[in-house]
Ligand binder design. Structure first.
Ligand code: SAM
Length: 252
């Protein structure tokens, strides 16, 4: 996956209008909550943090600002990385936040070289177990990993799976996610569901004209795709078929 579908120009515009530069449920507040949870385990007093699947860089800027540390974000999305660069520059954080185009399946870091790791909503787009193995490869012994990601119910129906297919997720249940972390070489310190954002937004609540603006800019097929995707997501979350979980883990 690169600059198409969910993370194409239209998909990025839709997500940005919903959640700003924090592309996950709960937006910036959820970034702050994960950071608070991670800090409780000592996360942050390190030369740099690696943000895997950094998107448009909202969380990277929050980490740099709040921890006073450097952040390196990697992502496969070219448009998102350009935005991350531009926003960090505008915030005068460009000496603290660097962004590199790379996949989680082949991170541009030496073995055991990364002192702290962060990832939100990204590994689910790859194959979770393989992605975690690669993250574990680059993590230094003792490095903390603050992670939040989508997981699914144990008993997904065919209809659930059709909805998930709209979202480009490769979901596993939380128990399997946690087991994959352990197998990759992490000790899991915290595993819990994040509270779902209230109320769930499928179009921005403050902009009734947004679908029309989107239609004019990207056309009817793109609007249909985003509405279909948003409704599939809302249905899955409301029926508790998928949920966003946070994990804090330490590299053994
Ligand atoms: C839901 S967004 C989250 C972005 C960011 N972590 C945030 O919280 O704002 C998921 C991100 O994962 C990225 N992604 C998807 N597959 C990836 C891969 N194989 N390697 C690295 N990043 C990937 C997407 O381009 C997208 O930016």
């Amino acid at each position: 996956m690169t600059d198409r579908g969910l993370y194409g120009r239209a998909g990025n515009a839709w997500s940005t209008r919903l959640g700003g530069d924090h592309f996950h449920p709960g937006g910036e507040a959820a970034t702050a909550a994960l950071l608070t949870a991670a800090r409780g385990f000592g996360f942050g007093a390190v030369p740099f943090v690696l943000d895997v699947g950094c998107g448009a860089g909202g969380p990277a800027r929050t980490l740099a600002r709040r921890l006073g540390t450097d952040v390196v974000g990697v992502d496969v999305g070219g448009e998102l990385l350009r935005r991350a660069h531009a926003a960090a520059r505008a915030d005068e954080l460009w000496l603290r936040c660097g962004f590199v185009r790379a996949t989680v399946m082949s991170l541009p870091f030496a073995d055991a070289s990364v002192p702290a790791l962060w990832s939100v909503g990204a590994l689910v787009h790859a194959e979770v177990a393989a992605a975690l193995t690669e993250v574990a490869r680059v993590a230094a012994p003792g490095a903390l990993f603050a992670l939040a990601d989508w997981v699914c119910a144990e008993d997904m129906t065919d209809e659930d799976r059709e909805n998930v297919a709209q979202l480009e997720y490769r979901l596993v249940p939380p128990v399997a996610y946690q087991a994959a972390l352990e197998r990759a070489g992490f000790a899991v310190l915290l595993a819990e569901p994040e509270p779902p954002p209230e109320p769930l937004a499928t179009v921005p609540r403050d902009a009734h004209a947004w679908p029309t603006q989107f239609l004019l800019r990207f056309g009817p097929r793109a609007l249909h795709a985003e509405l279909t995707r948003s409704r599939a997501w809302a249905s899955l979350v409301q029926r508790e078929r998928v949920a966003h979980w946070r994990f804090i883990a330490r590299r053994r």
